[in-house]
Design a protein around this ligand. Sequence first.
Ligand code: FAD
Length: 356
Amino acid sequence: MPEKTVVVIGAGVAGLTTALLLSKCPGYKIIVAAKHMPGDYDIEYASPWAGANYMPVSIRGTEAAEWEKATWAPLEDLARNHPEAECEIHRREKDAGSATADWFAELLSPEPWFKDTVPDFRPLPKSSLGPGVDAGTVFTSVCINTAIYLPWLVSQCLKNGVTFKRAVFSHILEAAGPSVCPGKVDFVVNCTGLMASKLGGVNDKTVIAARGQIVVVRNEAGKMVDVSGTDDGDGEACYVMTRAAGGGTILGGCYQKGNWDSQVDPNLAIRIMKRAVELCPALTGGRGIEHLDIVRHGVGLRPVREGGVRIERERVGDLWLVHNYGAGGAGYQSSYGCAQAAIRLIQDAAGPQSRL
Ligand code: FAD
């Protein structure tokens, strides 16, 4: 079987995971071409900004749930040498119908689909719930340190012979052109995230930004916590995540649909820190936000797609396009499942190559 050439557009978690898993299969020459690479921080590049923990949000019975389910085991395996942390989910009845509570609908369920996927899932005893919290659950989760995970994905790809190239495409078909690869390209895999909304030949207007603002601090909370909502407006959220391997603690946040503003809102930053300290007094030993030791403030845009992630194949002339974009706030926790689904589409079109 002659080697197939695959150009993956995008070096976020979607593109890198797809390239890495495909590089484990024989018969493919893989080039990752992207405007942004690990090490960059930019509003068009969501992956470095993520928490990023495993906190499933997909609806029971959907393909998205299968993709999140398929991602737990590889992430848990990677985390084995690092301490896993408990993740508490707090539900307040008064948040019902808010943007955050809708986003977290399955997460807030006392019987979510993932209760047998993650270890130690159980309800929180009523006595342990803070004021205003009506119910809660807790389970063991992992939290990825994106600053080391993305370069690690690159290093694993390089080890398997994947090559990397900086490139900015105005049309998807440019990725199959001679500036990327002088020979014939068989597949272009579109992992452009939010920018799929602006890429020529794709222009998917169902992909929109859901703005997230975070504060990274050196303080430790000892656990991860997520609440169904806040008292500060519909688009605001409250969560605390501790990244693995000294990556600091992420205080969040918000979920502002349609907002592309790349600048930190200082008032929102204060609200985020106040809510976090109230939720996890251990962060500052019961003291105020002036005792938070800030590493940085950040803003990232989640690539939310109406109808969920697009994993599809299409034929243009003698070229196959395979899409894997639009993971919203779940790009890490569904990364393996989505990459595997995209690779199946490549393998089915490429003929009987070896399976994953
Ligand atoms: P991106 O990371 O945006 O990468 C897109 C790539 O495509 C980049 O390399 C870019 O340069 C390239 N590209 C785009 N257009 C072009 C072009 N025209 N030419 C060349 N290259 C191009 N997810 C979780 O699973 N768990 C979490 O806890 C979590 N927390 C989050 C918290 C925040 C604040 C935010 C913002 C997101 C969070 N997410 C989380 C979501 C996660 O970050 C995204 O789903 C994920 O990063 C999307 O990855 P991606 O590879 O699809 O896109």
